[in-house]
Write a protein that binds this ligand. Structure first.
Ligand SMILES: Cc1cc2nc3c(=O)[nH]c(=O)nc-3n(C[C@H](O)[C@H](O)[C@H](O)COP(=O)(O)OP(=O)(O)OC[C@H]3O[C@@H](n4cnc5c(N)ncnc54)[C@H](O)[C@@H]3O)c2cc1C
Length: 314
């Protein structure tokens, strides 16, 4: 099902992100988590892609394995850096043949293993080029759904490091949406004001598609350091840092602070009529399940039926 169809039925979506495991032990742990998260009835689950193609087959296999469960709507990520048009086409043809409904189209960052790669050899420079190409592919009607793939794109409430000019950045985001994206999913953030301001700036720029908020609970100090590295530019607000400091390095205390903070972010987003919450799960289920419990619901359907707050203008 296209995510834009889901938005016709439910104002708010709830989704989980997984990455392809590299060992059989990691795969077992992931599928144990998938089984537990399935009970939360997510709208869709997204599966990351290693930029440059490092997880090309792993992503594909995981997407199909998740789809085979029957209860989940997998949405593969696809990055265009380091890929030629035939590479991308082959991936799209395989997903079309498997009846995958949605793709999140991304630029991707050149991995260290491809340092020195000449980007002029890539068929697509930016995510907007990939979106445009997938829409051309959709027009060929190869996909069993005559509309082809539904498309998501990435957004950055705190800005993307490659474009310090935030006015130009919004133009680039608008170009990506105008090329045919159905929704925007954001990078993780810890201060909801950044998300609300981003959502307002999207609206002022004439971007009308739903904006899904990316939430990643802090579960350890090491995890927090990895997040700071991975999502470059992410700001950890002083009250969050103070709360983590109060835990004094205690692992369980730090985890509780992180889950509490993420729960409060979700509660506030729901009160402010967010169109979707996307949980970066890191292939684990505990943190996400605890947030649902803290919000007082047993699954996403219960969350969706009580979602909707003060804003109704998008
Ligand atoms: C929800 C989400 C999911 C992600 N999933 C993955 C994943 O699975 N695998 C992975 O490797 N990475 C993933 N990433 C990270 C992402 O690939 C990087 O952040 C990457 O640097 C940018 O990707 P993009 O799709 O935003 O690229 P783009 O939209 O192409 O933007 C990249 C930069 O180029 C600028 N830009 C865009 N168009 C133009 C133009 N015409 N002229 C000049 N500058 C322009 C933008 O402003 C931005 O600074 C994800 C990020 C998010 C938020």
């Amino acid at each position: 099902m296209h995510i834009r169809d889901v938005f016709q039925q439910h104002r708010t979506t709830f989704s989980f992100e997984f990455f392809p495991p590299k060992t059989s032990e990691a795969a077992d742990a992931l599928f144990a988590a998938v089984q537990e998260l399935e009970a939360l009835k997510p709208t869709f689950v997204s599966i990351t892609y290693g930029a440059g193609g490092s997880t090309r087959n792993l992503t594909h296999d995981l997407v199909l394995r998740v789809k085979a469960r029957g209860s989940l709507n997998p949405c593969p990520h696809l990055t265009c850096v380091g890929h030629s048009e035939p590479d991308i086409r082959e991936i799209l043809e395989r997903y079309a043949a498997a009846g995958i409904s949605n793709i999140i189209a991304l630029g991707g960052d050149l991995p260290q293993s491809m340092a020195g790669h000449d980007r002029s050899k890539d068929s697509f420079r930016f995510a907007s080029d990939l979106v445009r190409y997938i829409q051309e592919f959709n027009a060929e009607k190869i996909h069993p759904d005559p509309r082809g793939f539904g498309l998501g794109v990435a957004g950055y409430p705190e800005g993307h490091p490659a474009t310090p000019n935030r006015v130009k950045e919004m133009d680039h985001l608008k170009a990506k949406v105008d090329a045919g994206a159905d929704y925007i999913c954001t990078q993780l953030f810890f201060d909801n004001h950044d998300f609300y301001d981003f959502r307002d700036r999207c609206s002022l720029a004439g971007i009308k598609v739903p904006v899904i908020a990316g939430i990643m609970p802090i579960t350890s100090l090491a995890g927090m350091m990895r997040m700071a590295d991975m999502a470059q530019g992410t700001r950890f607000p002083a009250p969050l840092v103070r709360a983590i400091n109060r835990a004094g390095g205690d692992a369980e205390g730090t985890r509780r602070v992180g889950i509490h903070w993420a729960t409060e972010q979700c509660r506030d987003l729901l009160d402010n009529d967010v169109r979707g919450i996307h949980f970066y799960t890191l292939n684990r289920s505990t943190a996400t399940r605890e947030i649902y419990l803290n919000l007082g619901v047993k699954d996403s359907l219960a969350l969706a039926s009580h979602a909707g707050g003060r804003r109704r203008d998008d």
